[in-house]
Design a binder for this molecule. Structure first.
Ligand code: OAD
Length: 227
């Protein structure tokens, strides 16, 4: 059985990484158009680099939580693919081997001119740090208004799912949010989130209203075991 897990910031919340929306979210203290758009980058590269340098340091010190680990352990008994909107590497560090990053990765930098030119980036990126083509390095993050090159393989994965498991995402950012519409008819959809919006409640969706840390175990115990 093939489980496709679509994850968002909520799965890393219990690792101390803030989500984006809502009280205390990252977008409360920063303007998206300043730090997550090509225009923001053109206006003030230093500020954008500072924002992501800070996030990289923070993520480096964070640890995977029970949600990431339970998902990785599921690989022992099931075929599991993770499609994550997160730029952290906590799924990989928990042991998941099939992880597709829809919105990029904080530990990769790329040329601002040619996004195919990439390097592993463990430390800060500074102005004057160049890619092999001589262009300034920028974080390998998909910003608003930019294409999402990993959408195509992500759609193919969702189309092949026997179960779609959605964890910790508000599902408001497109095209990621459209992914759930690519399931084959009749494919069960399970959502794990402590705050399930009323609008999302639908007859064909199974909700586990819990944080990811306990929710993935509940999914395995109460849903998967009966499936
Ligand atoms: P959001 O901040 O929009 O949503 C986080 C979701 O996680 C909400 O539904 C919360 O209820 C839920 N949540 C909070 N704590 C949780 C926990 N402990 N366990 C499980 N769920 C929890 O984050 P995303 O949906 O990931 O894009 O945001 C999508 C994209 O918007 C991000 O990838 C980012 C952002 O702008 C870019 O930066 C390109």
């Amino acid at each position: 059985m093939k489980i496709i897990a679509l994850t968002g910031a909520g799965i890393s919340a219990e690792s101390g990484i803030p989500t984006f929306r809502g009280a205390g979210g990252l977008w409360e203290g920063h303007r998206v158009e300043d730090v997550a758009s090509p225009d923001g980058w053109r206006r003030d590269r230093e500020m954008v680099l500072r924002f992501y340098n800070e996030r990289r340091r923070h993520i480096k010190n964070a640890l995977p939580n029970r949600g990431h680990i339970a998902l990785a352990e599921l690989e022992r008994t099931h075929q599991v693919h993770v499609i994550t909107q997160n730029i952290d590497d906590l799924h990989e560090r928990a042991g998941s081997t099939q992880v597709l990053h829809l919105h990029g990765e904080i530990f990769i930098a790329r040329s601002e001119r040619d996004q195919r030119i990439r390097v592993r980036q463990d430390g800060d990126i500074h102005m004057g740090d160049h890619a092999t083509d001589g262009a300034q390095l920028r974080p390998h993050i998909v910003w608003f208004g930019e294409e999402v090159p990993m959408m195509e393989p992500a759609v193919a994965l969702v189309q092949s799912a026997d179960i779609l498991l959605i964890i910790g995402t508000s599902m408001v950012v497109y095209p990621a949010a459209s992914l759930m519409h690519y399931i084959r008819p009749g494919t069960p959809v399970v959502v794990i989130d402590p705050h399930i919006p009323e609008l999302a409640r639908g007859a064909h969706i199974h909700f586990i209203e819990e944080p990811a840390g306990s929710g993935v175990d509940t999914f395995i115990r109460e849903f998967l075991s009966k499936y």
